[in-house]
Design a protein around this ligand. Structure first.
Ligand SMILES: Nc1ncnc2c1ncn2[C@@H]1O[C@H](COP(=O)(O)OP(=O)(O)OP(=O)(O)O)[C@@H](O)[C@H]1O
Ligand SMILES: [Mg+2]
Length: 571
């Protein structure tokens, strides 16, 4: 098929197809006094087939080649996979994204391309460019409609942000100057996920986005769970930094399930026995507090301070009872575990006798930044938490966020954003690990958090290891390069149809480039993220072996300090 044969007859006489086709703007239509600008359109092909998600166009390869050196980078990129084309339908312009390309007819250099429609805009009567762009398509083109290259000024219109609160994070591909932005309310309202293989820049991008959000929301409430201790470096000026040395999270704030995860160590049938004893004794210990007297029906989950020594005494008393149902072994097991936690300095940040006072309001206020005192984000570095209880600590923190939201429903609303790095560790799929407190609370926040003003931000390098359905609860997906096929397939399943063309470029993204689709953007975009200043970056720089292996000196002191910290198990 020769593309020229399909061109309208009045143009068939022009042998030079690379010449731009001027669109005639009727003078009468232009407002008086406004100069008529004859915008040049670059015709590059025709619509072949329209069928829902599988629409096809043909492109003239020699026309595309002739545009290659065009000064407008968007026009120069025309026809490439991941770039956009426009099609006129009546008085509006349809914008579509090229997903695939295939040689159709070699001799005449005709390419067929599959496209996904992004949305439509009106034609500016004066300039002929796209204006008032909006997502979704109301009127489809018919086969044979002409396909045109999209210019940078078209894209500027398309990506222009409306009046909603937004943060600019980078430059839209393939342009050099059009800014890509995230709509903050839409993004946080329905959770977001930030995905990418290791080293592609997830942590830095998360820091970039959170910095921008903090800038526009100095009285915000953001809680970041940081398993590697990377983010303190990034938020030293505008964040409250917590680690095992200053977190002081009181053990009695745990609910029963969390107590159970830490205190019950037995296996098999014994677990149920231990659990029953713990529930009974814990309730008794809690009821000894004066606060409990003011509460009609005390439950074992209520965050009421109790003394660990009271709990062990109660367990001992129960063990001494003659009419108990079991042997003394389960009682001893529980008591020994509690004594062990009390005595081990590594657990001091949570199980210290100092933490018995009723500091709940103070603790919640400091972690959730209420008031924020100019530091709207709290970075909770859990890297120093003993690994056997890290997931329970994350569970407690996440549950506090959710419970706060539930119990503050009659109060002035203070929505909270909970950001979770290495999310696949805490909400793993069933194949990877069994039920845990952290998984159930994060799954619950993913499902219901929106209604209570809790937003979840999940960062992971292994989307395929995330629990079923969690990714699809994320309204906005920010995907950096993903090298693994399985991960790509998971992300594809969670992304909306129209973003498919972009998805295919996920394995080809450069570092710091990402694809964003969903609620946070008006149409899917590919963005090269801005450079983040060094002092705002997380401490995750790749070590420069070649350079560091040139350095020497001070080894004896280094070793001494390391050994001291190692033995003290503290930094
Ligand atoms: N926007 C950016 N501005 C400046 N540097 C960046 C940016 N994005 C990434 N980098 C650099 O790229 C490197 C890797 O980034 P980062 O640690 O964020 O990757 P990651 O995806 O979180 O890796 P991992 O999976 O190992 O945690 C870092 O050295 C970082 O400084
Ligand atoms: Mg990281």
């Amino acid at each position: 098929m020769d593309i020229s044969a399909r061109r309208p007859t009045d143009r068939a006489g022009h042998p030079d197809q690379s010449a731009p086709i001027p669109i005639a703007v009727p003078d009468a239509a232009a407002p008086t006094g406004v100069p008529v600008v004859n915008a040049t359109l670059h015709h590059i092909g025709f619509v072949m087939e329209i069928s829902g998600s599988e629409s096809q166009v043909t492109l003239d390869a020699s026309l595309l080649t002739s545009l290659n050196s065009h000064s407008d980078s968007s026009i120069a990129m025309s026809g490439q996979v991941g770039s956009q084309i426009k099609i006129r339908v009546g008085s509006s312009w349809l914008l579509a994204n090229i997903r695939t390309q295939k040689m159709y007819e070699r001799d005449h250099k005709i390419i067929t391309a599959q496209v996904d429609f992004l949305g439509e805009g009106d034609e500016d009567i004066v300039t002929g460019k796209i204006c008032n762009f909006r997502r979704g398509v109301t009127r489809y083109p018919v086969p044979g409609s002409e396909v045109y290259a999209v210019s940078s000024s078209d894209l500027k219109q398309v990506y222009a942000t409306d009046a909603r609160a937004n943060v600019e994070i980078g430059t839209v591909f393939p342009t050099q100057d059009i800014r890509g932005a995230l709509y903050v309310d839409a993004m946080l309202g329905k959770h977001f996920a930030l995905l990418g293989s290791t080293g592609t820049g997830k942590s830095t991008s998360a820091a970039l986005i959170l910095h921008k959000i903090c800038d526009i929301a100095p009285e915000g409430h953001i809680v970041m769970i940081d398993p590697h201790g990377e983010y303190s470096a990034a938020f030293k000026n505008n964040g409250a930094l917590f680690d095992v040395n200053n977190l002081a999270i009181p053990y009695w704030m745990m609910n029963f399930a969390e107590h159970y995860e830490i205190f019950v160590t037995s296996n098999g049938d014994d677990r149920q026995i231990d659990s029953d004893i713990l529930a009974k004794c814990l309730l008794q210990a809690r009821s000894k507090n004066r606060i409990a007297e003011t509460i009609g029906k005390l439950t074992v989950d209520a965050p009421i301070p109790y003394l660990l020594s009271d709990l062990t005494t109660i367990i001992q008393n129960e063990m001494g009872r003659l009419n108990k149902a079991t042997s003394s072994v389960p009682f001893m097991r529980l008591k020994n575990k509690i004594d062990e936690l009390k005595a081990d300095p590594r657990y001091n940040f949570m199980f210290s006798g100092m933490l018995v006072g009723d500091t709940m309001a103070e603790f919640v206020g400091k972690i959730f930044r209420m008031p924020s005192n100019g530091k709207p984000i709290s970075i909770i570095d859990v890297s120093g938490v003993p690994s056997d209880i890290t997931s329970t600590v994350v569970a407690v923190l996440s549950r506090l966020v959710f419970d706060y939201a539930i119990w503050s429903r009659n109060e002035p609303q203070r929505p909270i954003l909970l950001v979770c790095e290495e999310a696949h560790r805490y909400i793993p799929s069933e194949q990877v690990s069994k039920d845990s407190a952290v998984r159930s609370i994060l799954e619950r926040i993913a499902k219901e958090g929106r209604k209570y003003g809790v937003s979840l931000g999940l960062i992971t390098q292994r989307p395929s290891d995330l629990a079923e359905g969690v990714l699809s609860q994320c309204g906005t997906i920010i995907s950096m390069r993903l090298n693994n096929d399985r991960d790509q397939a998971f992300v594809r399943a969670a992304m909306p149809e129209g973003a498919r063309g972009f998805l295919d470029s996920i394995p080809a993204l450069r570092n710091r480039e990402c694809i964003i689709c969903g609620e946070g953007v008006s149409i899917p975009i590919r963005v090269a993220l801005d450079n983040l200043e060094e002092e705002k970056r997380p401490a995750s720089d790749d070590p420069l072996f070649s350079q560091l292996w040139q350095e020497t000196g001070g080894e004896a002191e280094i070793l001494e300090r390391v050994v001291r910290r190692w033995r003290a198990q503290g930094r």
